[in-house]
Write a protein that binds this ligand. Structure first.
Ligand code: HEC
Length: 189
């Protein structure tokens, strides 16, 4: 490489570095300025939303990839998952006959309506794995809590099993499937 070629390459890198520096300063200055709206009553700007959603889905996909899914059609699982869903999840994720709640309206990101949810995430098995991981670990900086610290895997799989049936349930079927039998009701109603 001649001296003049070497000079060109150096100039090229200097321009890229300078450009990167300006962009980084711009982003840093914007963050520092406090102009970004962090209130839950105003949506993210489109670029921020896209980045956050991409980050969430990549992270979950990676973390959940080795989870093996048990048979989810066992009736005991459904029966066990229903009452837990009704007590712990329905305020945010709704139930048949309920189209909104204070939580579903006020939280941002909004909790998806799980009674009417047909988003496919790479087939039923991948969807179940994703749901299990989300229920166990929660999602940072959203209203979705981690239920793993207080519930074992068996109970979480029972809720995943229930979620597979939830979108097709009538109000009446929901009531039956979520009623806690007297024998196992450690909870007051
Ligand atoms: C306080 C409100 C709240 C409660 C209670 C709650 N969630 Fe969530 N959940 C959320 C929010 C908000 C999201 C969306 C997070 C996001 O978009 O990043 C979410 C996301 C999810 C998702 C991912 C949905 C999808 O396909 O993207 C599942 C599955 C889920 N929750 C299941 C449950 C279950 C099961 C329970 C009860 C054990 C529960 N949640 C309790 C707020 C809640």
């Amino acid at each position: 490489m001649s001296d003049s070629q070497r000079g060109n390459v150096l100039r090229y890198f200097a321009v890229i570095l300078a450009f990167g520096g300006v962009v980084a300063l711009g982003i840093g200055g914007y963050v520092y300025s406090g102009w970004y709206q962090i209130g839950a009553d105003e949506p993210h700007t489109m670029p921020v939303l896209r980045v956050l959603e991409f980050l969430r889905e990549r992270s979950i996909e990676r973390a959940a990839r080795d989870i093996s899914v048990p048979a989810l059609d066992a009736p005991q699982l459904l029966i066990a998952g229903g009452p837990d869903y009704n007590e712990m999840c329905a305020t945010c994720h709704l139930k048949p006959g309920r189209t909104q709640s204070d939580m579903s309206v006020g939280l941002y990101p909004a909790p998806p309506d799980l009674t009417n949810h047909d988003e496919e995430h790479g087939g039923p098995e991948a969807a179940a794995r994703r749901q299990f991981w989300i229920i166990k670990h929660g999602i940072k900086a959203s209203g979705m809590p981690a239920w793993g610290p207080t519930h074992d895997d068996q109970r979480i799989w029972a809720m995943v099993a229930f979620l597979q049936k939830l979108p097709g349930l009538s109000e009446f079927q929901y009531q039956i499937l979520t009623a806690r039998g007297d024998a196992d009701s450690g909870h007051a109603h």
